[in-house]
Ligand binder design. Structure first.
Ligand code: TEU
Ligand code: CA
Length: 595
């Protein structure tokens, strides 16, 4: 059927190259490190690798600031290394997806160096330049009140002394926004896409692709952070007036000319359902799927410190999670769209720490509960490096100096400025960093129990500190034959998902017991045209306590095939029955099928 696509069934594994594997002893991961671990990924069940940016970059934002789209950051390797990676992937029937970061470039990109060199430079209009506003004393002020996304206390407009104008940089000053209104800029973007497609990549994860069209009147934003000069302007540049036009052009000019390119657009700050469906609609859409933020922001709430929305530790319970997951499942299934499924990436804390309990006793169950959910939902599945090992957040004891991410650094600085010497506030901020900082998912992958966790040679200082728990949580221990492990659990679940794509990838989704206070449970049914009558039931206790769950009427007897307390090994899943009820332990998840 035409609704079937390779990129719907694919299991995508996100590599964060700096932290994956260092093969040349400089303390940074590299392209050859990815190539070196393909067999590990293949045997896990991975089909596609999406790598975060490997292009040449000054690394102001870990490669999301690109200075050459057609060259590789030398510490990561060379174009030849990438060619070899693609070749080795091909041998294993695997594919590569690149991270396309084209809302902005690095301030060191030759285009920007030219653009800022003079008012009359032909590339002046490739970025967004505006004349200052002036205060009473005649000092230049930013053209509006928008703040930076990664440093919310600061203006998104950066003054250029040379030409006495401001440029727009919505993430950090080192990431000037491209002016997509200019057709020459869009033509260059198309050229970049072709360059990589011609080299053999299978698709793109498009970084903040919904920010490329901005409201050209650049209005001041409403005040949502009390007492602050600069405010989030996202409303004026997320899904802006010409976004559809720009994406359609990209589809016609490039994507449609290649065979079944995989595209996933990262789309923060957009919640409107009609808008979302338009973007990913099977026929009329522009992209295969998007990353939305509703699940990972379940616990985020805005307070009074710039940056604390991302760093907040808000309350949530299973009904919130159920509402969000269900909304997206139904939205896409009912409207011919397509979902992406993820709980973790390089911008989020570790999922077991985020949604479950990462204590030594419960970490395995929680990791496997999340695995059960992710592998039984409708959509393309994205696994983040280390998630398959149940890696967790850094410990609270780490000093703020261990945090390397620009967003964390800006946040910590701001809290110290606002509350100097205020121990309570500083402790609160440290807890927030430990819970939510992007650094949590960026620590080196833990390969084995040797020094530096096998990420880089002993004696070499890794670019970022290795999580202290690597002696117990690492790939060598978890892949050892017969070891009950989060890795083996993922491996088994991915195989099961692939064996039953009619159900898990293409099937229907229905809630059961939808008012249960602790349990998120749903039924997946085989795709209508598959001729299969089977139903699969996922039951997830999203709490740290025992609970009781009634088997719904009408499903008949179930055969239980997986459970988060059954750490591989093929033992039969035994459910603790109590009349019609099933007793679930903390973070216990079960997967059953109708006979
Ligand atoms: O992220 C964009 C984005 O809006 C969030 O994921 C962001 O990291 C978070 O909201 C911080 O407040 C993408 C990349 O994934 C991220 O790593 C980059 O820093 C960012 O774009 C800029 O390129
Ligand atoms: Ca290296």
């Amino acid at each position: 059927q035409e609704t079937r696509k390779w990129w719907k069934e694919a299991v995508v594994y996100q590599v964060y190259p700096a932290s994956f594997l260092d093969t040349n002893g400089d303390g940074r991961g590299d392209v050859n490190g990815i190539t070196a671990r393909l067999d590990y990924l293949k045997s896990l069940g991975v089909d596609v690798i999406w790598s975060s940016p490997i292009y040449d970059s000054p690394q102001a934002d870990m490669g999301y600031d690109i200075s050459n789209y057609k060259g590789i950051y030398p510490p990561y390797g060379t174009l030849e290394d990438v060619d070899r990676l693609i070749q080795e992937l091909g041998k294993r029937d695997m594919k590569l997806v690149m991270d396309l970061v084209v809302n902005h470039t690095s301030e060191q990109h030759p285009w920007f160096l030219e653009s800022r060199s003079s008012l009359s430079n032909p590339k002046r209009d490739w970025y967004i330049w505006k004349k200052p506003r002036y205060d009473e004393d005649g000092n230049p002020q930013p053209p509006n009140n928008w703040n930076q996304i990664l440093g919310e206390a600061m203006s998104a407009w950066i003054y250029d002394e040379g030409t006495k104008e401001y440029y727009l940089a919505v993430f950090t000053p080192e990431q000037p926004d491209l002016n997509w209104e200019n057709p020459a800029v869009r033509a260059e973007v198309h050229d970049i896409l072709r360059f990589w497609l011609d080299r053999g990549v299978a698709g793109f994860r498009m970084d903040v692709i919904n920010l490329v069209s901005k409201d050209q009147s650049f209005p001041d934003a409403e005040i949502v952070i009390p007492g602050q000069k600069y405010q989030p302007g996202t409303k004026y540049f997320a899904n802006g007036p010409r976004l559809h036009e720009f994406l359609l052009e990209m589809k016609h000019e490039v994507l449609a000319k290649y065979h079944e390119v995989m595209t996933v657009g990262e789309m923060p700050f957009v919640y409107d359902e009609d808008e979302i469906v338009k973007i990913v609609h099977r026929e009329m859409g522009f992209l295969n799927m998007i990353f939305n933020f509703e699940l990972v922001e379940l616990d985020a709430k805005r307070g009074d410190i710039p940056g604390d929305f991302r760093m907040s530790i808000g309350e949530w319970d299973v009904s919130d999670l159920r509402r969000v997951v269900t909304r997206w499942q139904k939205l896409m299934i009912q409207n011919d769209g397509w979902n992406s499924i993820y709980c973790e990436n390089h911008d989020q804390p570790r999922s077991v720490s985020h949604f479950c309990d990462d204590s030594d006793e419960l970490r395995g169950y929680g990791s496997q509960l999340l695995c059960l959910m992710e592998t039984t939902l409708c959509g393309t599945l994205f696994v983040y490096q280390g998630e398959e090992l149940g890696m967790r957040n850094v410990p609270l004891e780490w000093e703020p100096e261990e945090y390397k991410d620009v967003e964390s650094i800006n946040f910590w600085k701001k809290v110290n400025e606002m509350f100097p010497g205020n121990e309570a506030r500083l402790l609160q901020a440290r807890k927030a960093l430990q819970a939510k900082a992007r650094d949590n998912s960026r620590t080196p992958v833990q390969w084995d129990a040797s020094a530096n966790a096998g990420f880089c040679p002993p004696g070499v200082k890794p670019w970022m500190r290795v999580n202290d728990d690597y002696r117990t949580i690492n790939a060598a221990a978890q892949t050892a034959e017969g070891s009950p492990s989060v890795y083996h659990f993922w491996q088994k679940q991915l195989a099961l998902r692939k064996k039953h794509v009619d159900v898990f990838v293409y099937g229907g989704f229905e809630l059961v017991n939808e008012r249960h206070p602790d349990v998120f449970a749903y039924v997946r049914t085989a795709a209508a045209n598959s001729g299969l009558g089977e139903k699969w039931v996922t039951v997830l206790n999203f709490t740290g306590k025992d609970t009781q769950w009634e088997l719904p009427e009408g499903l008949g007897e179930l055969k239980w095939v997986a459970g988060s307390y059954y750490l591989d090994g093929g033992e039969d899943v035994v459910v603790n029955r109590d009349g019609k009820g099933i007793k679930l332990r903390p973070w216990e998840g079960l997967l059953g099928r109708t006979a």
